[in-house]
Design a protein around this ligand. Sequence first.
Ligand code: ZN
Length: 150
Amino acid sequence: MTRPDAPSPAVEALFQDVILDHYRRPRNKGALAGATATGSVVNPTCGDEIAVEIALDGDLVREARFTGRGCSISQASASMMTGAAQGRTRDQLGETARRLEAMLRGERTDAEQLGDLRALGGVARFPARVPCALMPWRALALALGRQGHA
Ligand code: ZN
C-alpha cells in the first residue's frame, strides 16, 4: 500500500522528529514588537488557535511570530511557517502555501521546493489533521491580506 513516491521509513521517522522538535521547541513564538499586520484562525475541530504577527517591508515579510495553542501538528506547522515566511515576499509565500496544500491533499506538486516543510507530508495520510497543518498558513494569508486563500 505504499505509493511509489512515498518517503522511506527512515525519512518518515526523520520528518516526525522534525515535527516533534518544532512542537517541543517552537521557533518564533510570542508577540512581535513592531508588527504591521496580524491574522488569526481557530480550528474548532481540535481547538487549535493560531495568531500570526508579521512585520512587512513593502511586499517582504521581515519578521513573523506566532502565538497560540493546540495540537502538535498545528503548533509545529506554525513554528515552521514563521521560519519559512521570514525574508520572503507575499507572492513567494502564496506559492509555498499552494504547494503545501497540494502536498497535504495528496495532489501532485513539486514538493522539493518546500524544503523543511516537507516534514508535514505525512499529515496527508490523516485528512482530518490537514486543517491543523494549514491553519498557520491561513493566518499568514489573512495577515498578508489574502482573505480566504492560503
Ligand atoms: Zn489540530
